[in-house]
Each structure stands twice: as C-alpha cells, then as structure tokens.
Ligand binder design. Structure first.
Ligand code: DQA
Length: 146
C-alpha cells in the first residue's frame, strides 16, 4: 500500500521547538522511524512537511493522482483553522488518521477544536512521536484487512 505522511507548520522545528511540549525527537527521526516501519512490512511511504496551507492542499490533490491509500496528518496549527485542508481531504476521499504530539485537550481552549476529527478515521494525541508509529500500525492493519 501507499501511505502519505503530512506535517503542517512549525513541525520542521521539532527537536528544538518547545521540547517540554513536543519532545526532543526531530521530524527527520520520525520520518526514518516510519519509513523503516513501512518498508519492513512491504509498504511505501511518502513524507511531506510544509508551513504553507496551499502546498498541503496541493500535496493532498496530488495524492489522489498517485493513488495513495491512506494519509497520516498532523495539521499542526492548521488543525484549528483550516477548512481548506479539511475540504481537500474530503475531496480526494482518502481515509486519514489525525495525529498530534501533544494532548491538545489539556492545552489552551483554542486547541480543543479540530476541523479534521469528525472526518478522520481516528485521532491520536498526547503520545508524542510514538503517536505517528501507532497511527501507521493502525493504518497498515486496516489496509491489510481489506
Ligand atoms: C500539534 C498541536 C497544535 O495545537 C499545534 O499548533 C502544533 C502541533 C501537536 O502535534 O501537538 O503545531 O498539532
């Protein structure tokens, strides 16, 4: 299967960005971990980070052309603002899991609402970098089931 992992704004700073909130793992570490996990089970994985909303929208459109089977997305701050990225995911009709490093529900009230959760297959938050790995494991087992 083809998996696409998308990361939104400021996640390129992981490792040095508010490490008490987001941990010391870098985005490159997360990418390497997920690539190893996907290839070990015979799947392919693409990884894309952008600070720009329109580039994430366009990468999602491209995913349909590439016949991506499943998306893992940490929309970062766009979680709480972006109808455009939500609509892109609904538009391409590719199932996705929403991932957050931090537990957004024990943070500021503006982080409690997500434009993605009600259209996601599932949501993982508060488990740090491990959350991506658990999301990939869930996606692969769902894809292998059908
Ligand atoms: C985040 C949570 C968001 O509220 C925040 O804007 C981020 C990262 C997380 O992974 O915990 O940039 O998505």
């Amino acid at each position: 299967a083809k998996i696409l992992v998308l990361n939104g704004p400021n996640l390129n700073l992981l490792g040095t960005r508010e490490p008490e909130v987001y941990g010391y793992t870098t985005l490159a570490d997360i990418q390497a971990m997920l690539e190893a996990q996907a290839t070990a089970s015979g799947h392919s994985l693409d990884f894309f980070q952008s600070n720009a909303e329109h580039l994430l929208v366009e990468r999602i459109h491209q995913a349909r052309t590439e016949k991506v089977d499943f998306v893992l997305i940490n929309p970062a701050a766009f979680t709480h603002t972006s109808v455009a990225i939500r609509d892109a995911l609904s538009g391409v009709a590719i199932p996705f899991i929403e991932v957050h490093l931090s537990n957004v529900h024990k943070r500021e009230p503006f982080r409690h609402h997500s434009y993605f959760s009600d259209v996601a297959v599932g949501v993982i938050c508060g488990l740090g970098a491990q959350g991506y790995s658990l999301a990939l494991q869930a996606a692969l087992s769902m894809l292998e089931r059908d």
